[in-house]
Design a protein around this ligand. Structure first.
Ligand code: PFF
Length: 451
């Protein structure tokens, strides 16, 4: 696509909603609560919040700036701003690989959500005991055929939206659905204040107990901060490339980080209020959201509607994230390789679906098939979230801080916070964020791999 024809988001709010659409997804509602439960609560949350503020916000600005300045796909962006064949483009290439891997397992979990959405519509939680509800996800896991069908349904939806093109397809959805998700979560949060486990939930999430923090937990917190903001794999370079050149990147980054963090914390409070009110286990793993929320919906007045609304909105949140993963891949093949948009979208969709089969079967047929100590699902998730995204972020941060001119960095904050903000951002991008990432990778990666 030439620069003249490159389509753009219709305005800043449109962009913020769409970027939040990419950021807010299963990472916030499904993953954040369960990994927080597995890593002991408060101290993990604190590290995660620190990573968002001090490592990810600077990298967010960097990614948007690289995209906005270059108006190009994940790989060409580095070439346009540096030179053809620059080794820095490896960050873009890694991003394409990460997008493939992430979407392959993301779509499987998206499929679980679709299944629960349909169960809600059919009122299948009604009259069930807490134990029976707790067993519904395991029953789905035991049924590979259904898992594969739901995974297929999720991929078909993702491909369908991406084929629609950038503003027609993606932006329209973000505008309507993001505020809806926000509203329903806040409603649930208010409802949870009346549960007896509410206080315990707040305590669990916000009272840090550093004894529980290992090198591995810090790695998981850092990795998740990248995953949840869709950073480190050039998705935001891609989205930034559809931004007007004079758009305010600082406001956009801060707004998206704030919305994303609020939604994650709200989901965490809601889910742990249920855990502590009904005697469930905080460290139940990937099934946590699916065993807790229906338990609550079952006991609420109007629970049928809330449950249907909630799972529908989570499904849309998952879709608005999955489309950004696919979009990153598609933009690369369309811009860089000149292929047809619809063909690339369909071929990539098929390849991702096939790869995702390995993750879907990790919960049944292939449960005992391990690579090292990991099932395919754990491997694809851990390798991308814990290793590839932080590494991608590291390269992007160094490129922005050291290779682009100092004036360029100044340009990206457009006078916000004056000289101090500029120096702070330079320092964060050049030294602080890269040093943190290296330190965390060094301390956590071997532990995650072999520990
Ligand atoms: N940020 C999404 C979530 O939290 O669910 C996941 C994701 C989307 C990661 C897009 C990376 C990405 F490029």
């Amino acid at each position: 696509m030439s620069q003249m024809q490159r389509s753009h988001w219709s305005n800043r709010l449109g962009f913020i909603l769409v970027a939040s659409g990419s950021a807010v997804g299963l990472g916030n509602i499904w993953k954040f609560p369960y990994i927080t439960g597995e890593h002991g609560g408060g101290a993990f949350v604190l590290v995660y919040l620190a990573c968002i503020m001090f490592v990810n916000v600077p990298i967010f600005i960097a990614e948007l700036y690289i995209g906005q300045r270059s108006q190009a796909d994940a790989v060409s962006a580095f070439e346009k701003l540096h030179h053809t064949g620059t080794p820095w483009r490896i960050a873009g290439a890694m991003g394409i690989v990460s997008s493939f891997l992430i979407l392959s397992f993301y779509s499987v979990v998206g499929g679980w959500v679709l299944d629960f959405q349909v169960k809600s519509v059919l009122n299948q939680f009604a009259g069930k005991t807490d134990q029976e509800i707790g067993g519904m996800l395991s029953a789905l896991f035991a049924d590979p055929k259904s898992l594969l069908l739901w995974h297929l349904a999720f991929m078909v939806l993702t491909v369908g939206i991406v084929i629609g093109g950038i503003s027609r397809g993606i932006e329209r959805w973000g505008r309507i659905l993001m505020p809806g998700l926000f509203a329903i979560l806040i409603g649930l949060l208010v409802w949870c204040t009346s549960l007896e486990g509410f206080g315990k939930s707040i305590d669990f999430l916000f009272t840090p107990n550093f004894d529980k923090l290992t090198g591995n937990s810090i790695l998981v917190a850092l990795g998740h901060s990248f995953f949840t903001l869709s950073l480190g794999l050039a998705a935001m370079i891609t989205y930034g490339s559809y931004l007007d050149r004079n758009e305010d990147l600082v406001k956009a980054s801060l707004a998206v980080a704030a919305a994303d963090t609020t939604i994650a914390l709200a989901s965490g409070i809601v889910i742990f209020s249920i855990v502590f009110s009904f005697g469930l286990a905080p460290n139940a793993g990937p099934g946590l959201m699916f065993s807790t929320l229906p338990t609550l919906f079952n006991k609420m007045p109007g629970g049928y509607l809330v449950s249907t609304g909630f799972f529908s909105l989570v499904a849309f949140a998952a879709l608005s994230s999955s489309i950004s993963l696919l979009e990153t891949i598609v933009t690369y093949f369309v811009d860089k390789r000149g292929l047809s948009r619809s063909k690339v979208t369909i071929y990539a969709g098929v390849a991702i679906y096939l790869l995702g089969i390995l993750s879907a079967l990790s919960f049944n047929t292939l449960a005992d098939f391990k690579i090292g100590k990991f099932t395919f699902f754990d491997l694809f998730d851990g390798l991308t979230t814990n290793i590839l995204l932080p590494l991608g972020g590291l390269i992007i941060s160094l490129f922005y801080g050291w290779i682009l001119s100092r004036e360029g960095v100044k340009d990206s904050i457009q006078g916000h916070g004056g000289e101090l903000a500029w120096k702070g951002l330079m320092w964060a991008a050049r030294i602080f964020a890269p040093a943190c990432i290296l330190w965390v990778l060094y301390n956590g990666a071997t532990n995650w791999l072999f520990g």
